[in-house]
Ligand binder design. Structure first.
Ligand SMILES: Cc1ncc(COP(=O)(O)O)c(C=O)c1O
Length: 352
């Protein structure tokens, strides 16, 4: 592909040196798990989020699973989630024997609040909003509803690390905030990793007891490792720079896409995880992208509710209509303005 959808290469020489040093240190001290770096990273993150505590785990899927399990979600319970996310949001619920109940989405691909209200039943135990593409779900309304109905809230903030809503970090509204830190994420490790944050010490302590199996604790292994924690400490120190670069790329899209093209999140100041547009001319644009070797995706369609294991769950016509128009565009730090201009010219031409 001439213009790649994603390019995760680290080109900054100083950053590469710092990361090499992490590996050198690990080879020197021979500490690969349970090291101080894990706890130091957790403290750094807790400070970053102004939360009381954080727990470093092996993936975003583990983060969600552990958060739900710690809140006692089990067989027979229902957890309400938007129909749009990476499928592990739903699987984390199912793995505990509970049922994911899908809501319609709005045009930012986030949980539709009217649909959420409709889906609350006697069996509902928790709401799990996803800040899709980095754009905040309507957390004030969700928290109000959760308080009124006595429901837990777990934020799947995997795609929104570092973004805020009205001055409050995403991931800090609910009982737990869960993050995937896999390399594709805005803030990602050099391998698999995940994170849980909470304002509640007791909840995080309970969750921590579940990250590794022991004689009194029949669990699987969900621990994050020391080398990734070392990398992540360095990457967090450099994260502001990465955010600035991504913002510039998003701004290029804002500048060069014609106003009639619906760019998701355009009016906001968030740093997106992915660049999504809603267009009627999707096939025509994709064809032209194909000819020009411009990589594209449809993140994450088909909707979870269309997946064979959830198809019986419900039908969500409004969300299906929105998903039909979704096109995800190339987005990474190394994209040039000329490349964005070319991508936008294809879209502008098709949408004339
Ligand atoms: C919204 C969302 N939830 C959960 C996950 C799962 O995270 P992981 O791949 O780290 O298990 C992802 C990552 O792909 C995601 O984007």
């Amino acid at each position: 592909m001439r213009i790649k959808f994603q390019n995760l290469k680290i080109q900054d020489i100083k950053l590469r040196e710092q990361l090499h040093m992490c590996l050198e240190q690990s080879c020197d001290d021979g500490i690969y798990i349970n090291g101080d770096d894990v706890f130091q990273f957790e403290r750094m993150v807790a400070h970053y989020f102004s939360t009381s505590r954080a727990c470093f785990v092996s993936s975003g899927s583990s983060a969600l699973y552990l958060a739900l399990k710690t809140l006692g979600i089990a067989n027979g319970d229902e957890v309400i989630i938007p129909c749009m996310s990476w499928i592990s949001t739903a699987h984390a619920v199912s793995r505990l024997g509970a049922t994911p109940v899908f809501t319609e989405i709005n045009r930012s691909f986030n949980m539709d609040i009217c649909s959420l209200e409709e889906k609350i039943s006697m069996k509902t135990k928790a709401i799990m909003p996803v800040h899709f593409g980095g754009i905040p779900a309507e957390m004030h309304l969700i928290m109000k509803l959760a308080r009124e109905r006595n429901l837990f809230v777990i934020e799947d903030a995997s795609q929104s690390f570092g973004n805020e809503l009205d001055g409050q970090m995403l991931g800090t509204f609910g009982d737990f905030g869960c993050f995937s830190l896999n390399p594709m994420k805005t803030f990602g490790a050099l391998g698999e990793a995940g994170l849980v944050v909470s304002q509640n010490d007791k909840l995080i302590n309970n969750l921590r007891q579940k990250i590794y199996s022991g004689l009194n604790n029949m669990e699987l292994n969900h621990r994050g490792d020391n080398l990734q924690a070392r990398f992540l400490k360095v990457l967090l120190e450099n994260f502001g720079e990465k955010q600035k670069k991504l913002k510039i790329i998003f701004d290029y899209y804002k500048k060069h896409l014609n106003s009639q093209v619906e760019l998701v999140g355009k009016k906001n100041n968030y740093i997106p995880y992915c660049i999504n547009i809603l267009v009627d001319q999707r096939e025509a644009i994709e064809q032209e992208f194909g000819k020009r070797e411009i990589e594209f995706k449809r993140l994450h369609v088909p909707l979870m509710v269309e997946h064979p294991c959830y198809r019986h769950n419900t039908s969500l016509p409004k969300s299906n209509e929105i998903a039909k128009k979704l096109l995800s565009l190339p987005y990474h730090q190394h994209l040039t303005e000329n490349e964005v201009v070319e991508i936008c010219s294809v879209i502008n031409e098709a949408c004339k």
